[in-house]
Design a protein around this ligand. Structure first.
Ligand code: FMN
Length: 146
C-alpha cells in the first residue's frame, strides 16, 4: 500500500518562475530518490500539493516540507491509502493556472482556516486530482476509485 497526502500552505515569499523552478528541480531529484510522485499547484501565494509513495518516504518528506521556512500554515487536507500512484509519471508535476480550473475550496481555504473536518471538501479535492490532465488514466481505473 502507498500513502497519498494533500496539503495546502501559504508562501512566505513571492515565488516567481525562477524560485518555483528551483523548488521543483530540487523536489524532483529528492522524490526520484525516494520513489515519490505528485502534483504541486501554486496560485496567489498559496500552495497545494499531492504527495504519494511508500508511507515512510511520504511522511519523512512531508515533515521536511512542513519545516520549510519558505511557507507556513501547512494544513493536511486528505490522507489515504492507495494501490496505484496517480501521478506516477511525475516526480512532481506542476500545475499552471491556465491548465485547468482550480477546485472550489482552493481560494477559500486559508480564509476559512483548517478544513480537515470537512470531508465533502476532501472528496471534492480528490476528485479534482483524479481528473487532473496530468494524472495517469490507468490510476483512475482502480477499484478504489470511488
Ligand atoms: C511548497 C513546497 C513543496 C515542496 N515539495 C517537496 C517535494 O515534493 N519533495 C521534496 O523532497 N522536497 C519538497 N520541498 C522542499 C522541502 O521542503 C525541503 O526544502 C527540501 O526537501 C530539503 O532538501 P535538502 O535536505 O536536500 O536540502 C518542498 C518545499 C515547498 C515549500
Amino acid at each position: 500500500m502507498l500513502l497519498s497526502l494533500v496539503y495546502m500552505s501559504a508562501a512566505n515569499q513571492v515565488f516567481d518562475q525562477e524560485r518555483l523552478d528551483a523548488l521543483l528541480e530540487h523536489a524532483r531529484v529528492r522524490n526520484a530518490a525516494s520513489g515519490l510522485s505528485g502534483l504541486l499547484v501554486y496560485k496567489d501565494g498559496r500552495f497545494m500539493q499531492l504527495l504519494e509513495g511508500p508511507e515512510a518516504a511520504v511522511l519523512e518528506t512531508y515533515q521536511r516540507i512542513i519545516d520549510d521556512p519558505r511557507h507556513t500554515d501547512v494544513g493536511l487536507l486528505v490522507e489515504e491509502r492507495i494501490h496505484t500512484p496517480r501521478f506516477g509519471e511525475w516526480k512532481m508535476a506542476f500545475h499552471r493556472e491556465a491548465d485547468a480550473e482550480l477546485p472550489d475550496g482552493f481560494d477559500s481555504f486559508l480564509a476559512e482556516g483548517d478544513a480537515s473536518g470537512d470531508t465533502s471538501r476532501a472528496r471534492e479535492l480528490l476528485r479534482w486530482f483524479r481528473n487532473h490532465p496530468m494524472a495517469a488514466p490507468d490510476a483512475a481505473l482502480g477499484k478504489h476509485r470511488r
